[in-house]
Design a protein around this ligand. Structure first.
Ligand code: UT7
Length: 368
């Protein structure tokens, strides 16, 4: 039996606080006109101190499970793609697994910068199609505002915080994710990086003084690379799916810069209205940008059941990729899951597990 991987749930979590271009002009030497003209961005959302990549990711995942009406205990796999993980380890996906009460899920992070969501979607698809996983949750979650240098006008104007998630479920009904392209070029790794804090350059007071714990980017080079790969990857995934560009109802690209999307549209000889664009509201939310734009497309009626959609992204690594999807929507299900109750249960379960571990430590002789 051939298994297909369908997208049956979706959700986002967006911080309430916004930062407009005019607000930014009070922090660095820039102005609304320059930012709008060069990027298309008007505002971005910034996480509150109590919010994190894991908390936003968990909220988005629960909303996606709610749309799919899938109980958290029935999730087998959680992949969190993030460029701003909660820690180097444990994985942000593990923290999300605990928060949503997905007690039967394996969870790991996937790091491929802004292309992460595309890669994670394809990995979850392959696991579902291979039959080892029935239900997966794929998350893009970011708090990039914590990793940008708020004195660097070339980067701090671009990025925003937020999360988005998809539920992927297997079925023998044709459709869902039907083709994917994944590419990397590590020779361009230095064009977009966060140099310090890893094993090559452990954090020291000197790395902090030099600002090496912030995102560093060669914007012009990344721009040139992005305009080159977006149209190519889109064409390739459509061809792999056995479709023609005219068959595609909507393209949902990574939301980095309006001029990059415009260049891709021209490269593909498509009108801009084929592309979902919402970066004016969120800025570049890295791995979260594609699911956030998708949820907006669904909620506004631009993406409907049976539509053929291409997701395409690019980012640090360098990495780029695209997938073609026949949009499905939730599978029919019987008993509605009480998600509020599940969330409370997950919190209680997590505390109980910590308590049991503590008591075991006392019984078996905790040192120190
Ligand atoms: O997810 C992937 C992440 N990265 C990207 O997608 C980034 C891709 N690159 C870009 O989007 C664009 O390169 C930027 C928006 C970052 C920059 O736009 P640009 O048109 O490539 O500008 P530029 O770097 O060529 O700079 C043009 C001028 C420079 O001044 P001079 O040297 O011509 O006098 C900059 O110093 O604009 C100046 N500039 C600014 N001016 C006002 C750079 N940043 C700003 C700013 N406000 N925020």
């Amino acid at each position: 039996m051939t298994l297909y991987a369908h997208i049956t749930g979706w959700g986002t979590a967006i911080p309430e606080k916004t930062l407009t271009n005019d607000d930014l002009a009070k922090i660095v030497e820039t102005n609304d006109e320059w930012i709008r003209e060069r990027t298309g961005i008007e505002r971005r959302h910034i996480a509150a101190p109590q919010e994190s990549s894991a908390s936003l990711g968990a909220d988005a995942a629960l909303k996606a499970l709610k749309v799919a009406n899938l109980h958290p205990r029935d999730v087998d796999l959680i992949i969190c793609s993030t460029s701003s993980p909660q820690h180097l380890f444990p994985a942000t996906a593990s923290i999300i697994q605990d928060r949503i009460g997905a007690v039967n899920a394996g969870a790991f992070d996937l790091l491929a910068a802004c292309t992460g969501f595309i890669f994670a979607l394809n990995m979850a698809t392959q696991a579902v199609r291979g039959g080892s996983v029935r239900n997966a949750v794929v998350i893009g979650a970011e708090t990039l505002s914590r990793l940008v240098d708020w004195n660097d006008r070339t980067t701090c104007i671009l990025f925003g915080d937020g999360a988005g998630a998809f539920v992927i479920q297997g079925s023998d009904q044709p459709g869902g994710v039907i083709s994917a392209v994944m590419r990397s070029d590590g020779s361009g790794g230095d064009l977009l990086s966060l140099p310090a804090g890893g094993s090559a350059m452990p954090a020291t007071s000197q790395t902090v003084a030099d600002g090496l714990h912030y995102i560093q980017m060669n914007g012009r080079e990344v721009f040139r690379f992005a305009t080159r790969v977006m149209a190519n990857a889109t064409r390739e995934t459509i061809e792999k799916a056995g479709l023609k560009i005219e068959d595609i109802d909507i393209i949902i690209p990574h939301q980095a810069n309006l001029r990059i999307i415009d260049a891709a549209a021209r490269g593909l000889k498509l009108p801009m209205d084929k592309f979902m664009v919402n970066l004016q509201e969120y800025g570049n939310t890295s791995t979260a940008s594609i699911p956030i734009a998708t949820v907006e497309a669904v909620e506004s009626g631009r993406l409907r059941r049976d539509d053929k959609v291409v997701f395409v992204g690019f980012g640090g690594g360098l990495t780029w990729g695209a997938v073609t999807v026949i949009w499905t929507g939730p599978f029919p299900s019987e008993k509605p899951v009480n998600f509020q109750q599940q969330r409370r249960l997950a919190t209680v379960r997590s505390w109980l597990r910590r308590l049991v571990r503590f008591l075991e430590g006392l019984i078996w002789g905790r040192k120190g």
